[in-house]
Design a protein around this ligand. Structure first.
Ligand SMILES: [Zn+2]
Length: 398
């Protein structure tokens, strides 16, 4: 098929698909200040170099290119013009326009990060007009348990009880091990005595920090043994309830050290998860999206998405998606936006995904490696069907 015809036909199909977003967060309910907006374009979290702006990034350019027309502006307004128009319309109208353009069929929301600053799952369901489901973050459960005044001996049972209660209505679990020392850990289940001992150490630190800060200290789990305990307790819940466990992989803020988040380091853990029948979903993955694609090919119970990566890769998103699609089974790639705070990020996740998928599949059709019927089937799997098969969103709660 000629390239132009293939591209038009595949684009029409991909545009019609509703996307099931397997990992994102709520939006801010108020109008962001110029500073808050720029911070949201800064995944590293450390601001821009002196004399420069975060608007001069692939994602900043993409906001001006793709979001501006949805606010009735010509493409490429100045950042000041964009923000002035955003304020004129107001947060709820901006959210309505951008989420309408996303055309999602549902959102799986990670509620474990700065959840007090953004819309809850119930508020997001109202804003977006689609069902929302919750993903429970294992480390947030541990930190809440640590703040509860539990003893070291009581910690393991308290963690298991709180996790079971929180996971009762969730459709998945998530670990941010990547941010807490990385993946180069002993993947085995820790011994109970070692968990109590590590809990004793951590709870003492939490107590001391709490007294020093008069109760306002942030509680952060970094002990490798307790992180492993959380992941294995999560695996037990995942096994019983048929929930996947999401892993933050690669691209993120500078709390992580990039090379320690190469998902290849999790291979031993995936072997053990496989024996239990527990599914892992690798999130974001850049620049390890090729490693993630390989792992998804090699391990039946590993899948991955490119949320955040496609948003922040901007004009290069098509290449990232094409690389992810080199060896991964079509049944193992999921869609997500990883939007946080600004609806622009949810929208750009969707925009770059649709454009990238269209270009990759239209290229295959033009080359004769694929036909339109097969391209439609592959696009539908990635847009929503894979997530529907993996997460228990259509099943009644057990
Ligand atoms: Zn996220």
């Amino acid at each position: 098929m000629p390239a132009d015809a293939a591209s038009a036909e595949v684009a029409a199909i991909v545009e019609r698909l509703a996307l099931l977003d397997d990992h994102c967060h709520g939006v801010m309910l108020h109008d962001p200040t110029a500073e808050q907006f720029e911070q949201a374009l800064d995944e590293g979290g450390n601001g821009s170099a002196p004399g420069t702006s975060r608007w001069d990034t692939p994602v900043g350019l993409a906001v001006r290119r793709h979001c501006a027309p949805l606010l009735d502006l010509e493409p490429f307004p100045t950042p000041a013009t964009y923000l002035a128009r955003r304020h004129e319309l107001g947060a709820s109208e901006v959210n309505r326009r951008l989420f309408t353009a996303c055309r999602t069929s549902g959102l799986l929301l990670d509620t474990g990060f700065r959840s007090e600053t953004i819309a809850s799952p119930a508020q997001m369901a109202e804003i977006v007009g689609v069902p929302t489901w919750e993903i429970v973050r294992l480390e947030s459960v541990a930190e809440d348990v640590a703040r509860s005044g539990v003893t070291a001996e009581g910690y393991p049972a308290a963690f298991v009880a709180v996790l079971a209660a929180r996971a009762a209505h969730a459709v998945g679990l998530k670990t941010v091990l990547a941010y807490r020392g990385g993946f180069g850990i002993d993947p085995s289940r820790p011994e109970p005595a070692a968990v109590v001992e590590a809990a004793g150490r951590w709870l003492r630190e939490v107590d001391e920090a709490g007294s020093a800060a008069q109760g306002q200290a942030t509680v952060r789990l970094t002990d490798p043994g307790l992180l492993r305990f959380g992941i294995w307790a999560g695996a037990d819940v995942a096994h019983t309830r048929g929930l996947p466990i999401q892993f933050h992989v690669g691209y993120g803020d500078t709390d992580l050290t990039l090379h320690q988040t190469n998902p290849s380091l999790l291979s031993d853990l995936f072997r053990q998860f496989g024996a239990l029948g527990v599914h892992a979903v690798l999130l974001h993955c850049y620049p390890y999206h090729r490693e993630a694609a390989y792992l998804a090919d090699a391990f039946p119970h590993v899948a991955f998405d490119l949320g955040l990566a496609l948003t922040f890769a901007g004009a290069s998103a098509t290449r990232v998606l094409a690389e992810a699609m080199e060896v991964a089974p079509f049944t193992k790639i999921l869609y997500s936006s990883d939007g946080f705070g600004l609806a622009e990020l949810h929208y750009l996740g969707a925009r770059h995904f649709r454009d990238g998928l269209t270009r990759v599949l239209a290229g295959w059709v033009a080359d004769g490696a694929c036909n339109v019927a097969e391209a439609t089937r592959i696009a539908t799997l990635i847009a929503s069907e894979n997530a529907r098969r993996l997460y228990p969103i259509d099943r009644p709660a057990r």
